[in-house]
Design a protein around this ligand. Structure first.
Ligand SMILES: Cc1cc2nc3c(=O)[nH]c(=O)nc-3n(C[C@H](O)[C@H](O)[C@H](O)COP(=O)(O)O)c2cc1C
Length: 362
């Protein structure tokens, strides 16, 4: 088996292995893909400001999520259809997260099997069960109770998938991901669109398990989430796969962090492909960064081992950057280490992995 020395090689291997339509499903987003590009543009528009002459012999990049110490400030974002990237993907993701000691989300859109109980039995690390929310309280109750019984650490509600985004690459290629054809308990779209803050209140009144709200994209909704006692506020635009022309999540983060004021944990995702990207989010107030496509690249390249290798390389990049910035633990990072700049390359996966761009233009 090839030993990957860089994240770029993993991306290249994933690209080589995946059928072009599946690659497009992974890389692409909604409509003009402006949201996808903005996520990268936002990250690429931040420079790191290093401090020198500090002793950086010991660098600690461990973090805390749900009161669990994790090896990195990184979690695996919920991703359905992962079997399309590598068969057995759902279990491979959970096992990789356990092996590396990070939190993983299990997507309710994953084709079954395995079901949520099998994932819970197979792995012992902290896991969040993620529901793409339907407004039908009975469905929420059934799933939440099962997840609690199975020992999940938290429940995640995805709020930006109530209507399916128009992913035009898939529409043009007629590609149907397995999560669309295998939806658990398919329900008419109308029931998904009836969700309101009343459901969140009802959830918090009914269950004693940490609640993650995924797809908070404004300070106003972050304030409402805090008022409703939400435990983890997850800033996301679904990797640009749902609403087009949304803001870059890294641009949303400072407003949300200020609005939350330490009253809830903050996570973020959207375009994170490098250790330096993660450092930028921590400096702007996130406690943890989730990776979707990056994890999928590892999975496609080499299954569980590929995901673990992604995390090892991220750790190496984070430690290298922290040392070069004169920082020995993540708590030292703040806005004084960042500056706003003009990006040097067009936004996209290739702005993080230039070798990928070289292949695409061959
Ligand atoms: C292949 C794929 C499948 C996804 N499936 C889900 C899902 O089932 N539920 C969900 O909440 N988000 C889903 N997402 C969105 C991710 O959870 C996450 O928000 C997004 O990937 C973050 O952006 P990034 O891919 O640039 O890291 C999916 C993303 C990808 C790439």
């Amino acid at each position: 088996m090839k030993e990957f020395l860089t994240l770029q090689e993993i991306a290249l291997e994933a690209r080589r292995k995946l059928n072009p339509n599946v690659w497009d499903y992974l890389e692409g987003g909604a409509e003009s893909e402006t949201s996808v590009k903005r996520n990268r543009f936002g990250l690429d528009s931040i420079a790191l400001k290093p401090r020198v002459l500090r002793n950086v012999v010991e660098i600690d990049c461990s973090a805390n999520l749900f009161k669990h110490e994790t090896r990195l400030p990184v979690a695996i974002a919920p991703c359905g259809s992962v079997d399309d990237l590598n068969s057995g993907g759902t279990l491979a993701i959970a096992r990789a997260a356990e092996e590396f000691n990070i939190v993983s989300f299990f997507s309710a859109s994953s084709p079954t099997p395995p079901d949520l109980e099998e994932i819970a039995t197979a792995t012992g690390h902290p896991k969040v069960y993620q529901l793409s929310v339907r407004g039908d309280p009975a469905v929420i109750d059934e799933r939440v109770k099962r997840a609690i019984d199975a020992g999940y650490t938290g429940i995640g509600l995805t709020l930006d998938a109530i209507i399916k985004g128009r992913r035009e690459r898939d529409m043009v290629s007629r590609h149907v991901p397995s999560s669309s054809s295998n939806r658990v308990a398919p329900l008419p779209a109308a029931t998904e669109t009836t969700l309101t803050w009343d459901h969140i209140k009802r959830f918090k009144d009914s269950y004693d398990i940490p609640l993650v709200l995924k797809a908070i994209a404004t300070a106003e909704d972050a304030v409402l989430a805090v008022e409703h006692g939400v435990d983890v506020i997850y800033v996301s635009n679904h990797g640009g796969r749902q609403l087009d022309y949304s803001r870059a999540t890294i641009d949303i983060l400072p407003d949300v962090a200020e609005a939350v004021g330490g009253k809830a944990e903050i996570m973020i995702d959207g375009g994170f492909l490098r250790g330096t990207d993660i450092i930028k989010a921590i400096a702007l107030g996130a406690g943890c960064v989730a990776v979707g496509r990056l994890m999928c690249l590892g999975l496609a390249a080499d299954g569980q081992a590929g995901i673990v290798r992604v995390m090892e390389l991220l750790e190496s990049e984070i430690k290298t950057a922290m040392g070069l910035m004169g920082v020995t633990h993540l708590g030292q990072l703040d806005r004084s280490y960042l500056d706003e700049v003009r990006p040097v390359s067009p936004p996209g996966m290739a702005s993080a992995y230039p070798l990928l761009g070289a292949i695409a233009t061959e």
